[in-house]
Design a protein around this ligand. Structure first.
Ligand SMILES: NC(=O)c1ccc[n+]([C@@H]2O[C@H](COP(=O)([O-])OP(=O)(O)OC[C@H]3O[C@@H](n4cnc5c(N)ncnc54)[C@H](O)[C@@H]3O)[C@@H](O)[C@H]2O)c1
Ligand SMILES: O=P(O)(O)OC[C@H](O)CO
Length: 333
């Protein structure tokens, strides 16, 4: 199959290598032409995925239109804040019959939209059945080393989800299917905000009890938001739900958990982000998720606390105390 991956960060590069290793004809597009030229010269992504060489069937391309025109399947792996502009830049091409697999995890600033909603708006000729998400607990560093990983291919069309499953599945990268796109996208995106809270707990020196509380009560607020939006509650116990929440809250690879850890140590957000080369989606998503929750009347206290610590300079110890001293509540509400 001819597959184009848009975005040559750690995840886009990892997926392009995985797909090329399956003998698909793969094109990898980087939004900066000079970076594309460096990738082609090195046959390696020295900035985002050092030490993993490109298979021969992976072609680096500079021209977005050529990359999209050549593809039967398009994988969008740019950061979520860049997805709308990236898609709009190829909206005038003929996209009939092409499947678009988004792997960016985030909720759009200002609109509160999920990534599939952003794609449908930016690509008016594309139908919901052409769009899929590939989500789940999958750090690039481990997938690139072919360590066992499980993910979920999701689309409102089961046929499309199965096409994506077939395209990506390997003996080290096991792909399940699901058709609950709302649940998969909400869970897979909001977990980044909860992972920042988990990192804050680490930075403050708290232990396993606090981490378990953040994961469990984080899942409770993700579940409340998803239910309000019409998701299947079962998705929350799946790979994009508890699976991705656990990996992101616990992993040493997680950029979101790292940002939180630094905040917990008392550092300023701008300083932390200024020295990071990789995207931590939960930072921008915290604001978008909180606005969405407020609009829908959904209580998301951990998300609110993360937002206050990141953007309103609330000291982390105070935020934790405020969370703990809230009015006692029933577990299921
Ligand atoms: N890294 C992972 O393990 C992993 C796993 C699953 C999902 N994801 C998701 O995949 C998405 C991409 O993450 P990543 O880890 O590959 O990012 P990264 O931080 O490794 O790299 C970001 C990439 O985006 C590019 N970029 C930056 N601004 C851009 C713009 N305006 N337009 C187009 N491209 C731009 C950068 O050049 C770079 O290639 C994120 O939403 C992330 O949550 C990442
Ligand atoms: O490194 P993070 O925190 O962006 O997490 C990456 C992936 O979403 C894990 O599945």
């Amino acid at each position: 199959m001819k597959i184009t991956v848009l975005g040559a960060g750690s995840w886009g590069t990892t997926l392009a290598i995985l797909l090329a290793s399956k003998r698909h004809e793969v094109r990898l597009w980087a939004h900066r032409p000079e970076f594309a030229r460096a990738l082609e010269a090195d046959r390696e992504n020295k900035r985002y995925l050092k030490g993993i060489l490109f298979p021969a069937s992976l072609h680096v391309v500079e021209n977005l239109h050529d990359a999209v025109n050549a593809a039967e399947m398009i994988v969008t792996a740019v950061p979520s804040h860049a997805l709308r502009a990236t898609a709009a830049a190829f909206a005038d091409l003929n996209l009939d019959g092409k499947v678009i697999v988004n792997v960016a995890k985030g909720i759009e600033r200002n609109t509160g939209k999920r990534m599939s909603e952003v794609l449908l708006e930016a690509l008016p000729a594309v139908t919901p059945e052409q769009i899929a998400a590939l989500y789940g607990p999958s750090h690039a560093e481990e997938v690139a080393r072919q360590q066992p990983t499980t993910v979920v291919a999701c689309s409102v069309s089961e046929t499309t989800a199965r096409q994506v499953q077939e395209a990506f599945h390997t003996s080290a990268f096991r792909v399940y299917v699901n058709t609950d796109l709302i649940g998969v996208e909400i869970a897979g995106s909001v977990k980044n905000v909860i992972a920042i809270a988990a990192g804050i707990s680490d930075g403050l020196g708290f232990g396993d009890n606090a981490k378990a509380a953040i994961i469990t009560r984080g899942l409770a607020e993700i579940s409340r938001l998803s239910a309000k939006l019409g998701a299947d509650p079962l998705t929350m116990s799946g790979l994009s739900g508890i699976g991705d929440l656990v990996v992101t809250c616990l992993s040493r690879h997680s950029r979101n958990r790292y940002v939180g850890e630094q905040i917990g140590k008392g550092r300023k957000l701008d300083d932390i982000l200024g020295e990071m080369s990789m995207v931590a989606e939960g930072v921008l998503s915290s604001k978008a998720v909180l606005e969405l929750a407020n609009r829908l009347g959904v209580d998301m206290p951990i998300t609110r606390a993360v937002y206050e610590m990141l953007f309103e300079d609330k000291p982390a110890p105070q935020a934790i105390l405020d969370l703990m001293e809230r009015e006692p509540k029933p577990e299921n509400y």
